[in-house]
Design a protein around this ligand. Structure first.
Ligand code: F6R
Length: 252
């Protein structure tokens, strides 16, 4: 596992985008797994500044709420359209998000899992981590070999995401999420973490027991993991050899 520690959130974006850009340069038709939430935003911002032809990329998002009306600004389909597809100039036909509006979301989840496999699998999967250790929306208790499926969101996750909605009541209760087993099939995992509020859970995921109680702990089972953390998130990672990078960011 490689751990890069950088001064702040914009720097996490610069370093993670550099890793993604190298993948795209060597494989222009790479398949990227994209995440939503706040952590990957600096990554997409920094990646957009690279002079890269991304027209042949395919992307698969990690997850989606179930039951939001089509076009809802906080649906991940819309977030991915704004933050990824438009920002990076991707071909919308090559960008996939689970269908949270499907009549049968369970079937949609199974089809999504198959689509990833049929596309040849994900080359690099970008990940954040939730305060309860979730990755994608695999909440504590998720099976380590779980597949893409419908899940019930944990209260803590709904509370954390209420910042994007008018009220907590507006946050959906269910989602479609790639499973932990699905995520582990990606050829590389790239986790981006920022903030002191993630320091404990990041250390638990990387050095605690591998257990469904901390879904992020599955990173320990994968042979090619890169973590990019800001200093605040990295304070509990003493057990690891870390590479500290001084990174020039546009705002620095
Ligand atoms: C989003 C996702 C989630 C987030 C996590 C952290 O697609 O899969 O696991 O990565 O909730 O969210 P932020 O980055 O907003 O703290």
């Amino acid at each position: 596992m490689e751990i890069y520690v950088v001064p702040d959130a914009p720097a996490t974006g610069v370093v993670a985008a550099g890793i993604l850009a190298a993948v795209v340069r060597s494989k222009p038709n790479a398949i990227l797994g994209v995440a939503t939430g706040s952590s990957p935003i600096p990554v997409y911002e920094a990646l957009a500044a690279h002079d890269l032809d991304m027209s042949q990329l395919r992307t698969f998002a990690l997850d989606e709420y179930v039951g939001l009306p089509a076009g809802h600004p906080q649906s991940y389909a819309e977030v991915v359209r704004r933050e990824v597809t438009e920002r990076l100039g991707l071909d919308p036909a090559r960008v996939a998000v689970p269908d949270g509006g499907a009549g049968d979301p369970h079937e949609a989840a199974v089809n999504y899992d198959s689509a990833i496999r049929e596309a040849g699998g994900i080359d690099v999967q970008l990940l954040g981590i939730g305060h309860n250790g979730h990755i994608a929306f695999n909440e504590p208790g998720s099976e380590l070999d779980s597949r893409t499926r419908v899940e019930v969101l944990a209260d803590r996750t709904r509370q954390a995401n209420a910042r994007y909605f008018r009220s907590l009541d507006d946050v959906p209760t269910r989602c479609i999420t790639q499973g932990l087993g699905t995520i582990l099939e990606a050829r590389q995992l790239l986790m981006v973490v920022r903030g002191a509020d993630k320091a404990e859970v990041l250390a638990a995921a990387l050095s605690g027991p591998v257990s469904p109680e901390c879904p992020g702990s599955v990173l320990q089972l994968h042979p090619h993991v890169t973590v990019v953390a800001d200093q605040a998130a990295a304070t509990h990672l003493d057990a690891f050899r870390q590479v500290t990078l001084q990174v020039a960011t546009p705002s620095a």
